[in-house]
Design a protein around this ligand. Structure first.
Ligand code: ZN
Length: 497
């Protein structure tokens, strides 16, 4: 093998992978939006055949040798190419260390477990799902040990979703929150009961809500030729390349804030996808640095912009034009307060900005205990409930509204939750740095997103997955991840509402 041939082979491999990724991405998007309900079986079959092909094409002796050769001759490669090779090697190691038969068993288990979860949630029968939680944790622990038996299994799983983050980093983050945020919640919930939010559940015509979605993306300077908005129960974004990003939102007549903030949130993910450097198109380095960094961009647009006083003052006259009857007796300030009103709730996905991260903390602490303390799954509901009481001051009346609410564990997504909370914390650190050079509040008050978007693009978005979250934060902010910014932001906002 010579280096020229190796690079040629690598480029072909990359194109092939991109083609699979593109096709499967569109198929999934279609399946979650416009496909008829009964299409799932044929789609599932087609996708499983494609996944099998991907495995065969990318996990084999030739690819292993090619990657090893390129790594040995790293000096001959340009910067981007070294990053791509490292990423392929990493993915190769991850996948190839799990024996094929155990992997197939695991995908079967995922299906069964997800089904068991749906039933248990519907019927409030935790005991029927508990054995699956046990199996999911056991299997993931075993897989992590196959991959690297010198590290703690839970650290390996955390690293899958947020590269470079270990228990000690996440512990530090949540300890900070516990000290700084839990006391505000205890104070604020009673304090803010008087804020009026009755008008948010009036009837807002859906066609007008749809109009609003496009008004918002226009204000955010998104090019309508490069993205589309579809609808789904759980909003999500599929980013294929700089010219093709699709996201979804949902519309409920009596929940105006729901589509407004789903659109702002997913628009943030979409803008990230649209702003990757052109040189990353078609490569493994598309898709963002991590779940947490992706979530930092979506929450930036949803919360730091969408729930700010300046932006609401700016957008409010447009909203009054769209919904003259519904908002006739409501001021911009009342709207601002209503969409920020903190309330302790049992359900994570309905949580407000202030309490959201504490929902995540409960899940993190339980996952950590499952790995480190060897607790029995039978004890989990009681542990869950006592943590809700401790941090949020409420106790779930049943397991459906408690430990059974999230889908993640049923699929074996363990170590995923912290990235949601980290996203919010990263966003606060980015905004603090941005404010050194961009007059953020003033620009937002004028609905001018040129400089704000440019800062995010130049410091974060254009790099795609070239850097790890830690490297990216260091580069953008000139310091390491610091949860202080997030706690300060929450304290400032929620003690002056
Ligand atoms: Zn998101």
């Amino acid at each position: 093998m010579n280096i020229k041939n190796a690079i040629k082979n690598f480029n072909e491999l990359e194109q092939l992978q991109n083609a699979y990724h593109y096709t499967m991405g569109i198929t999934n998007f279609d399946g979650n939006t416009v496909a008829p309900k009964n299409s799932y079986k044929a789609r599932g079959l087609a996708l499983s055949v494609l996944s099998g092909e991907v495995y065969k094409k990318f996990i084999n002796k030739e690819v292993k040798e090619l990657l090893a050769f390129l790594k040995e001759n790293e000096k001959e490669l340009n910067f981007l190419m070294t990053k791509k090779v490292d990423r392929y090697i990493e993915d190769y190691e991850k996948t190839s260390k799990i024996p094929m038969n155990e992997y197939i068993e695991y995908t079967k288990l995922q299906n069964e477990s997800n089904h068991a979860w749906e039933e248990a949630k519907k019927n409030n029968t935790y005991e029927t799902f508990a054995p699956y939680i046990q199996k999911m944790f056991d299997t993931n622990k075993r897989f992590a040990t196959y991959r690297d038996n010198t590290k703690k299994p839970y650290d390996i799983l955390l690293d899958d979703f947020e590269k470079g983050m270990e228990m000690k980093d996440i512990d530090n983050f949540f300890n900070y929150l516990k000290k700084e945020v839990v006391p505000i919640i205890k104070y604020s919930v009673k304090e803010y009961k008087g804020i009026r939010d009755d008008f948010l559940t009036r009837k807002f015509p859906i066609n007008k809500q749809k109009e609003l979605s496009y008004i918002l993306t226009d204000i955010l300077k998104m090019d309508r030729n490069n993205f589309t908005i579809a609808e789904s129960e759980h909003p999500f974004t599929t980013g294929l390349n700089n010219y093709d990003v699709r996201f979804t939102t949902h519309y409920y007549e009596d929940m105006i804030a729901s589509s407004f903030y789903s659109t702002m949130h997913e628009a943030g993910h979409a803008i990230y996808g649209l702003n990757h450097g052109m040189e990353l198109n078609g490569s493994i380095l598309l898709g963002g640095a991590s779940n947490g960094i992706h979530e930092s961009q979506s929450r930036f647009y949803e919360n730091l912009i969408g729930r700010s006083k300046e932006f609401i003052n700016y957008i409010y006259p447009t909203m009054v034009k769209l919904f003259p009857d519904q908002l006739a007796d409501v001021t911009a300030d009342e709207f601002f307060k209503a969409v920020n009103k903190p309330k302790t709730s049992l359900i994570r996905i309905e949580a407000d900005e202030l309490t959201y991260s504490l929902h995540i903390m409960v899940r993190y602490e339980i996952e950590r205990m499952m790995f480190e303390d060897d607790i029995n799954v039978k004890e989990l509901p009681a542990i869950w409930n006592s943590k809700y009481e401790q941090y949020l001051g409420i106790t779930p009346p049943n397991d459906t509204k408690g430990i059974l609410q999230d889908v993640h564990w049923s699929f074996g997504l363990i170590g995923y939750f912290p990235s949601y909370a980290l996203g919010s914390a990263y966003a606060s650190q980015f905004i603090a740095k941005m404010k050194e050079t961009v007059n953020f509040n003033k620009e937002m008050a004028k609905g001018n997103f040129t400089n704000i978007n440019k800062w995010l693009k130049e410091n974060i978005q254009k790099y795609g997955a070239i850097y790890t979250p830690k490297e990216l934060i260091q580069k953008a902010c000139n310091e390491e991840f610091n949860p202080k910014y997030y706690c300060d932001y929450l304290k400032n906002k929620f003690t002056s509402l």
